[in-house]
Design a protein around this ligand. Structure first.
Ligand SMILES: *Cc1c(COP(=O)(O)O)cnc(C)c1O
Length: 396
């Protein structure tokens, strides 16, 4: 059987072998601590769950408008107004089946052969593949960990060509947990305007920030920037609704309208009762503070433990729920005769010998780093870090 050429544009996943290794060890009864979770360990807030169940009971189980029910759209529009003072109309929003689906729709309606899309490291694994799948070329710009992974505007300017179509930013970011400075975002937005590009701003972690960090929203800079910005957000992270598959995009009407057309011939509307659950959830954000506090406690435990290890440098992430430490100091070292050569071998050895499973940095385009999620129980975080320290003690 012959698959399409477009499928061969996918890079094999660097994390697949890792998951298989974890599953195999767990199958042998080994207690592997997974630091790879890309979803909060909390449940959906009560008022959201109740509203979804009520919607099912009340028979709100039919199709809605392709781009989402007006009640949910209105609830999101109100959120954008309250949070950022940004005004959008019903025609400038589409609700899709997860933020990933929102980004997929964007790639499919905006990118094609010959287009270039600028992506910054460390990047969310999905961006380059979605861009390639649309036939376009991802242009990867390396960002410096010492600069908090803020892109250098000069590098961005140098990367722009006549084929550049868009720039994707993700702040707070996965996997770095970095929150870009307002200055950086303004500089990138200016490049977008000057070169007639589109800015795709993935703001999925915008509410998960620490010690006063704010996720600066580029669309607030000016009408000019807003008119070129696609804001992507969703319910998976802030509302712990990963399994509900609800994401949304706000932006210029012609793009939203094209995305809606594409969605009308692919998934149609996201699940109806869950839209009502999400509309209720976004109307009351009081649950967030407590959760962010818990994340922050775990973050502090994790960053301190990581930095106490010789050869490991961990910047303090100010957003999301990941730490992205640099293990360069461990490359070339050995444990029980096995050599650590890169982030992948280090991950394999950590799983095998310490029974902890992070994600290798190479999956996000940055070698010698590992991503540790702290979206797991605090006691498990502590236990996993103990195992990491014991592993470190055996390195020669
Ligand atoms: C989790 C995540 C998303 C969206 O996830 P969905 O579950 O599809 O809504 C988007 N961007 C980043 C960076 C993420 O980590």
């Amino acid at each position: 059987m012959k698959l399409t050429r477009r499928m061969s544009s996918f890079a094999p996943s660097a994390t697949m072998a890792i998951s298989a290794q974890v599953i195999a060890l767990r199958g042998q009864g080994k207690d592997v601590i997974g630091f790879s979770a890309g979803e909060p360990d909390f449940d959906v807030p009560e008022h959201g769950r109740e509203a979804a169940v009520t919607a099912i009971r009340e028979g709100k189980n039919k199709y809605t408008q392709v781009g989402g029910h007006a009640d949910l759209k209105n609830a999101i529009l109100k959120y954008m107004k309250d949070e950022h003072g940004l005004e959008y109309s019903q025609k400038e929003i589409i609700v899709s089946c997860g933020g990933k689906h929102s980004l997929y729709n964007i790639s499919q309606v905006l990118f094609e052969e010959g287009d270039e899309v600028i992506i910054f490291t460390p990047y969310w694994v999905t961006y380059p593949d979605q861009v390639s799948l649309a036939g376009a070329t991802p242009v990867i710009i390396q960002c410096d960990g010492a600069a908090g992974f803020n892109p250098n505007p000069d590098d961005v300017k140098a990367a722009v060509t006549e084929n550049t179509k868009a720039i994707i930013i993700n702040s707070p970011g996965n996997p770095s947990g970095a929150v870009y400075s307002e200055e950086t975002i303004r500089a990138v937005a200016q490049i977008v305007v000057e070169n007639d590009l589109i800015l795709i701003s993935d703001e999925i972690y915008s509410r998960i920030v620490y010690e006063g960090a704010t996720a600066f929203a580029p669309a607030t800079i000016s009408e000019e920037v807003k008119n070129r910005t696609l804001v992507v957000n969703g319910f998976s992270k802030t509302f712990s609704m990963t399994g509900w598959r609800l994401g949304f995009t706000l932006g210029p009407e012609p793009i939203i309208s094209a995305m809606t057309k594409l969605q009308s011939q692919s998934t149609s509307n996201p699940p109806t009762p869950l839209q009502f659950g999400a509309a209720a959830a976004i109307g009351d954000l009081s649950f967030i503070e407590e959760r962010v506090k818990t994340f922050r406690e775990r973050r502090d435990i994790m960053v301190e433990a990581l930095n106490s290890l010789d050869g490991v440098i961990c910047a303090t992430p100010t957003g999301a729920f990941y730490a992205f430490p640099d293990f360069s100091g461990w490359i070339g070292k050995k444990i029980d005769g096995a050599e650590i050569t890169d982030s992948l071998t280090l991950t394999e050895l950590l799983i095998e010998k310490a029974l902890i499973a992070p994600v290798p940095g190479i999956a996000f385009g940055v070698e010698n780093h590992l991503r540790f999620s702290y979206a797991l129980d605090t006691e498990r975080v502590k236990e996993g870090l103990k195992r990491l320290a014991a592993f470190a003690n055996k390195l020669v």
